[in-house]
Design a protein around this ligand. Sequence first.
Ligand code: C5P
Length: 218
Amino acid sequence: MTVPVITLDGPSASGKGSVASLVASRLGFHYLDSGSLYRLVALLALRRGVALDDAAALASLALTLPVRFTGGRIVAEGDDVSDALRAEEVGNGASKVGALPEVRAALLERQRAFAVEPGLVTDGRDMGSVVFPDAALKVFLTADAAVRADRRYKQLIGKGESANLAQITQDIIERDARDAARAVAPLRQEPDAMLLDTSAMTIDEAVDQVAQWYASRR
Ligand code: C5P
């Protein structure tokens, strides 16, 4: 029997991570935030002084990523990097390293290894198109750029960090454009993916919708 996989792809700050992890908890499935792997490559590259366009060095970093996912935290080289991974600089770096085919190829099998019983919910940009093309349910989750920027702004302020709404909006628009324009695994809605626009939805409503779609397919 194949392991059921639910993929949620979409642009940055669309809420797909929150929705995906809640759907996973509700179904008792595993959860993979694939963006964290790209973020980790960027973070380690920044820390080690590896240029974000050095494809060979980044691919070898990606192949040997020293990472453990434990109790909702992400540990690399004995260091809890969960918070460091969320920095805007690291997100922008992830979008740069994610444009390199060598890095994407290096992360492919590692991502597929998360599909174990009883099932997996995963979010990213190419989970439904490249990593899990046979997923039981594919969702393309999006929201207006202004709504996404506002959510990210409130998240940062809520964490006591300083944030600039205009800068965040510009970063989101640039990141979306880079993710959608890249030659390999560009961000786009697959023909067999369900569209979920969360601009006017709460997280709970989005989770209910995904769970309902999944239930109707079983
Ligand atoms: O989703 P998140 O904001 O954490 O992703 C950070 C960056 O990693 C994205 O902007 C994207 O360029 C890259 N990424 C990707 N493919 C994925 C997940 C993330 O290219 N499956």
